[in-house]
Each structure stands twice: as C-alpha cells, then as structure tokens.
Design a protein around this ligand. Structure first.
Ligand code: CP
Ligand code: NVA
Length: 301
C-alpha cells in the first residue's frame, strides 16, 4: 500500500510517472468515471483551504466515489483525541485519507496507523499535490525541458519551496531559489535537492530570475506564520513579482503561483492577470493530478 506524503520520498521515475498520469487522466476523463465507485475519501483540514478541498471532493465525485470533509475543530481531535486513535478509527471506515495539517510529524503518525493510503494535502514541510500538478502545468506549457530554469521567488524556507525545489530538480530543471538571506532554504531540503540537480540560492531578485523559463511565487506569510507579518512584509517587498522583475526573465517565461495570491504583495495585478500567467491552469490541474494520485494509490491506474 502506498502513500503520497512528500516529494522527498519520490524517485525521479515516480515524479515522471505522476506527470504522465496527470496528463493521461486530464485527456481521458471518461475512462476513469466509475473507477472509484463505492470508495470513500476522508479529508481532514486543520488549516483553511479552497482549492485542495474542492478539487479533491470534485475529483472523487468524478471518479464515482464519495468524499467526507472533516473540519479539525469539529472533530474529537480538537478535544485531544490522538492522531493515532483517529487514524485507526478512520481506517476502519474509509478507503483513503487526505490531510492538511501543521506538523508533518502528525501526517506521518496518521500514515503509520491508518492502514489505508494517506495523501499530504499540505503540511508546514511539503505540499506534494501542488508541486506534482505544477510539473504537469510546466509540461503542458512546453517548459519541462532538461536545463530549463525554474526560479522560485520569495519564502524559500517553507513548504512550497521545499516541494518545488525537489520536484523540479528531480524533473531535470535548473532551480534558482531567490530570497532574502533571512528566509533562506532549509539546509536539509537544499542539500537533498542538490543531489538531484543544479540548485542555487540567489539573494539579488533581478539576478535570480535572469533568463528564467518559469517564475514561481507564493505568499510571504504562510498559514501559521501570521505573527511574523510585519518583518516579513519589509523583507520580501523587494522580491515582489512585478513587470520590472519579469523583464529580466526570458521573453516567453511563464509565471506561476499556487494561490491564494495576495495581489499587490508577492505579485501585482498586472502580472497575475497578464499573458504570461498560468495560475488558473495550475489551479485546474490540481483536479487532474489528484485524480491520478487517488487512482494510483488505490491500484486503479
Ligand atoms: N494552493 C492551494 O493548496 O490552495 P488552497 O489553500 O486553497 O487549498
Ligand atoms: N505556503 C502557503 C501555501 C498555501 C497553499 C501556506 O502554507 O500557507
């Protein structure tokens, strides 16, 4: 029985395979319409969500199964029932679990005890569903080429940067992590990513995105870091993805954002609504990739 807990644990071949499956499911939706008939997905959310919640639920409906949404605060988890006991219980009812949690160690605890496949719907450490579907989008836009330059601009020490540096390096891209020194990559993720490809850390924003094929940004204030708002706004303002920054990248560079975006902060209206933005395709591909993930983990593809 497999899980999808992180990009870290995926080999190059598995990353490639997920991209292939995401593209295949998108192209042939009818082929899988009843593949998960009678199956139930439990979705546990300790943090807010729009895309992850809706795309998993719609995905399960389209595959003929059913999804149950659990708001953490209205479950017994909020009253102290352990992850261990919750996982053991859920495993007796449902066929597959997706969880969005603060601590990655809580996700690992669920995976250890559930007895059914577990999918990471975002933790403080990783967001693998987003990173894999982003590779699908990069591939569709013709940029998933060996040596193409992927520049992540912003908070390089949190979940999106962790998953993307690993995913893009494993997919053969060159990765630039563009950030203020205080928000440098986690050394553990950086050294693991460097084992798979060329990955550099660059503090100067214009130099960081020079000749980029893909520019990616994310919020400066991830869920759970709201208390650091003032210092983060100050540190990241020079790293805003705006028209001027974009002028240093390749002319046909695409701009990506996992969303939700904070318009006027990490990205301007002009860029997110501009011709080079692919953010809505990214949001759509969450649906196709997650259908592929559930089909694969349940042995249907
Ligand atoms: N990108 C993403 O995971 O969006 P949500 O937080 O809306 O699920
Ligand atoms: N880094 C962001 C991603 C949201 C999808 C967060 O953790 O809030």
């Amino acid at each position: 029985m497999g899980n999808l807990l992180s990009v870290w644990e995926l080999g190059r071949k598995e990353v490639e395979e997920y991209v292939r499956l995401g593209l295949e499911v998108k192209k042939n939706p009818g082929k899988y319409a009843n593949s998960l008939e009678g199956k139930t997905l439990a979705m546990i959310f300790e943090k807010a969500s729009t895309r992850t919640r809706v795309s998993f639920e719609v995905g399960m409906t389209q595959l003929g199964g059913h999804a149950i949404y659990f708001d953490f605060t209205t479950t017994q988890l909020s009253r102290g029932e352990t992850m261990h006991d919750t996982a053991k219980t859920l495993g007796r009812y449902v066929d597959i679990i997706m969880a969005r949690l603060y601590k990655h160690s809580d996700l690992l605890e669920i995976a250890k005890h559930a007895g059914v496949p577990v999918i990471n719907g975002l933790t403080d450490a990783e967001h693998p569903c987003q990173a894999l579907s982003d590779l699908q989008t990069i591939s569709e836009k013709g940029k998933l080429k060996k040596g193409a330059k992927f520049a992540f601009v912003g908070d390089c020490g949190f979940n999106m940067a962790n998953s993307l540096m690993l995913a893009c390096a494993k997919a053969g891209m060159e990765v630039a992590l563009v950030c203020p020194k205080a928000y440098s990559p986690n050394p553990k993720y950086l050294s693991e990513a460097k084992r798979h490809g060329k990955v550099e850390v660059i503090n100067d924003p214009a130099a960081g995105v020079k000749d980029a094929d893909v520019i990616y940004t994310d919020t400066w204030i991830s869920m759970g870091l709201e208390g650091e708002k003032a210092e983060r706004m100050k540190a990241f303002m020079p790293y805003q993805v705006n028209g001027e920054l974009l002028s240093h990248a390749k002319k046909d560079c695409i701009v990506m954002h996992c969303l939700p975006a904070h318009r006027g902060l990490e990205i301007t209206d002009e860029v997110i609504d501009g011709k080079q933005s692919v953010v809505w395709d990214q949001a759509e591909n969450r649906l196709h990739m997650q259908k592929a993930i559930m089909l694969r983990l349940l042995g249907k593809i």
